[in-house]
Design a binder for this molecule. Structure first.
Ligand code: NAD
Length: 252
């Protein structure tokens, strides 16, 4: 029922984790994929290989989401190669611990620059293309931290709260142009980002207790809602914060 044939999707941070799962699922739905990554080159190539096995093309672009020139270069590379960008998934992000009182400006800036400014930079570069096309979908990856805060990750929480507010603002601004903007808001997801916490049995049991579903999500379980928001099934969904957290945080 979900059909993304002839659609071109640009995914930031697609070399592993949620971004990689989105790339593969988008390809299964028929889309052609461009993905960016900052590190993990060999993993990015593995994702491209999986996409090719499904029968779709995958362009890999090394690009730092926090660097304006790099972002422009990545968007131009995808546009030059495929001739259009139908769907943008702002997924690139970092989650690094930092206690308030001893957090350095560098720690703060790094997280804000990748998670929030990176989302702005990609939207700013892609929206003119989508306006010309008179259609587009943008899906931003937020976090429960942006809804309820997260102790020892205040910079991360602020960046994701910013992503949510930014999503709502541009969703209303761009809907008249037939560009639909939404975000997914995952809770705990099993990826390389969280593996250092989720490999500890005691901590996992405590985390699972806080999730009515009783367990953390897989990357595929986040990719599904992203693909849904990119599809015609979501034609009237604008500015939504789609909770994908097993019931742990129930803010809209
Ligand atoms: P991950 O660390 O496995 O993957 C992150 C991806 O982002 C990688 O492809 C990496 O190369 C890319 N990236 C990092 N910095 C970048 C930069 N400067 N420029 C370009 N790409 C960069 O993490 P993940 O768990 O897959 O997280 C993906 C998104 O989901 C992030 O935005 C994260 O904040 C969000 N999220 C994750 C969880 C979780 O529990 N894993 C929960 C809520 C939200």
């Amino acid at each position: 029922m979900i059909n993304l044939l002839n659609k071109v999707v640009l995914i930031t941070g697609g070399s592993r984790g949620i971004g990689a799962a989105v790339a593969v699922m988008m390809a299964k739905a028929g889309a052609t994929v461009a993905l960016t990554y900052s590190q993990h080159k060999s993993e990015a190539h593995k994702v491209a290989h999986r996409v090719a096995e499904i029968g779709s093309e995958c362009l890999i672009i090394k690009s730092d989401a926090a660097d304006p020139a790099d972002v422009r270069r990545a968007v131009n590379a995808a546009l030059d190669h495929f001739g259009k960008i139908d769907i943008l998934v702002n997924n690139a992000g970092v989650w690094k611990r930092g206690a308030i009182g001893s957090m350095t400006e560098h720690q703060w800036d790094e997280t804000m620059d990748i998670n929030l400014k990176g989302t702005f930079l990609f939207c700013n570069a892609v929206v003119p293309i989508m306006k010309k096309q008179r259609s587009g979908r943008i899906i931003n990856v937020a976090s429960t931290a942006g809804q309820r805060g997260e102790p020892f990750y205040s910079h991360y929480a602020a960046s994701k709260g910013g992503v949510i507010a930014f999503t709502k603002a541009i969703a209303a601004e761009l809907a008249p142009h037939n560009i639909l903007v939404n975000c997914v808001s995952p809770g705990w997801v099993e990826t390389d980002m969280t593996s250092h916490v989720l490999r500890k049995g005691k901590e996992v049991r405590a985390i699972n207790k806080g999730i009515p579903r009783g367990r953390v999500a897989s990357a595929d379980e986040i990719a599904g809602p992203v693909v849904f928001l990119a599809s015609d099934l979501a034609n009237h969904v604008v500015g939504a914060v789609l909770n994908v957290n097993g019931g742990s945080v129930l803010f809209g």
